[in-house]
Design a protein around this ligand. Structure first.
Ligand code: PMP
Length: 430
């Protein structure tokens, strides 16, 4: 596959952008190749600067649940842009999207829009601290909640892929207030939350972890977390930046029927534009300025283009049968992938919930950070390069999820299955 234009662009980018990228995983270091530069997306496909077409399983890391350049989103953006791109003042479009979010997400009575998932989680934790008057944040090993200081402790995603154990530049004074415990371990969870020496303000969790690869909560784990936090007056925050409007219209909280106090959103609610949101019970949200003392602000927050793209996206997700069809398609795809693994003799563990899935190259169950780390990352790197060479665009790390979109046809998924079979066979020849 020709990639000289991408190579040239990467060379230029590296001179003026750190690592040539604006977010570390994109540099593809853990899969041992240089990135391709994307110039266009259309439906299920992305096209690189050399003109190669790929079936896209990254979907901008989640937002593109409808595929790329959906006509409704493009039209809504065009309309909004004509009326001006930013005012830094209240606009009716914010109320439209806020009303949709409040109606959809069970835990949310009031919502505040921000510009990224990182801002959403950072602000939600500040609010939880302000509300409870306590300091400590409990998170789970391998969960990623953006790049704010408090979260860079045993975090997933790019932090994990690059093997950075936190990050220089994060003061110890800050992370001493963050406790990270294993995912899916009720015993350690209960012991930690009941520890009277800890001044716990909140627990933040990805209700399905997506940033150490797809890790699914065990039966009862989220319910136990809800019971304990309620009993102990600890604020429970669901980071639904990935799962919101993805697992169901009401997100993971609706899917698992466990309702947190606060919810963080991002990705899908912006239809591919930079957006985030946090919301929850009015009683807690009323602590935010200007109604309350907890400060949080943003020049571009509630940006009319982002609101318009978000609204156009959510409207399409309301179509009856949307999530059922996505589930059916994803289940069929996962089944075929497992058949390929069996047929070729490849050791693979496939974790899937709805349209989120990861095939881990390991023979063991993957249920937390430690078990995820047993996956064979060298093998994944090779698989990634092989799939890319055959027009399948996967996440450039073993510890990410594959996103299925409504735009992927049966043919697209069948092609991915066929290429997976080819790639697995080739890996096993080595
Ligand atoms: N939370 C989760 C669960 C995420 O997956 C991400 C990003 N992938 C974030 C927060 C941070 O969002 P952003 O990259 O928009 O800052």
């Amino acid at each position: 596959m020709e990639n000289s234009v991408s190579q040239d662009l990467f060379g230029k980018a590296c001179k003026i952008i750190p690592g040539g990228v604006n977010s570390p995983v994109r540099a593809c270091r853990s899969v041992g190749c240089d990135p391709v530069f994307i110039v266009k997306g259309e439906g299920a496909s992305v096209f690189d600067a050399d003109g190669n077409e790929y079936i896209d399983f990254v979907c901008s890391w989640g937002p593109m649940i409808l595929g790329h350049a959906h006509p409704s989103t493009v039209a809504a953006l065009g309309e909004a842009a004509k009326a001006g791109t930013s005012f830094g003042a209240p606009t009716p479009s914010e109320i439209d999207l806020a009303a949709m979010v409040v109606e959809a997400v069970p835990s949310i009575e009031k919502v505040r829009f921000v510009n990224s998932g990182t801002e959403a989680t950072m602000s939600a934790v500040r609010l939880a601290r302000g509300y409870t008057g306590r300091n400590v944040v409990v998170k789970f090993d391998g969960c990623y909640h953006g790049h704010a200081d408090s979260f860079l402790v045993k975090a997933g995603s790019g932090v994990l892929t690059l093997g950075i154990p936190g990050s220089p530049g994060v003061p110890e004074d800050i992370v001493k207030n963050t406790i990270s415990i294993p995912y899916n371990n009720e015993e350690i969870l209960e012991k930690t939350l009941r520890d009277e020496n800890l001044d716990i303000a909140c627990v933040i969790i990805e209700p399905v972890a997506g940033n150490m690869g797809c890790v699914i909560p065990r039966d009862g784990f989220l319910k136990k977390l809800r019971e304990l936090t309620r009993e102990l007056g600890i604020v429970l925050i669901f980071d639904e930046v990935i799962t919101g409007f993805r697992l169901s219209y009401g997100g993971a909280q609706e899917y698992f029927d466990v309702i947190p106090d606060l919810t963080c959103l991002g990705k899908i609610i912006g239809g591919g534009l930079p957006v985030g949101a946090y919301g929850g019970r009015a009683e807690i949200m009323n602590y935010i300025a200007p109604d309350g003392p907890v400060y949080q602000a943003g020049t571009l927050s509630g940006n009319p283009l982002a609101m318009a793209a978000g609204r156009a996206t959510l409207e399409l997700l309301q179509r009856p049968g949307f999530y059922g069809e996505l589930e059916e398609k994803s289940a069929g795809f996962a089944e075929k992938l497992m058949d390929v693994a069996e047929k070729t003799g490849m050791e693979v563990r496939l974790n899937r919930v709805g349209s989120l899935m990861t095939s881990f190259f390991t023979a063991n169950d993957v249920f937390d950070f430690e078990s995820a780390m047993k996956a064979d990352t060298e093998r994944y790197a090779c698989h990634y390069r092989q799939m890319l060479s055959r027009g399948i665009y996967l996440a450039p790390s073993q510890f990410e999820v594959a996103f299925i979109s409504a735009a992927q046809s049966k043919n697209d998924l069948d092609k991915a299955v066929k290429m997976t079979e080819w790639s697995f066979k080739k890996l096993l020849e080595k």
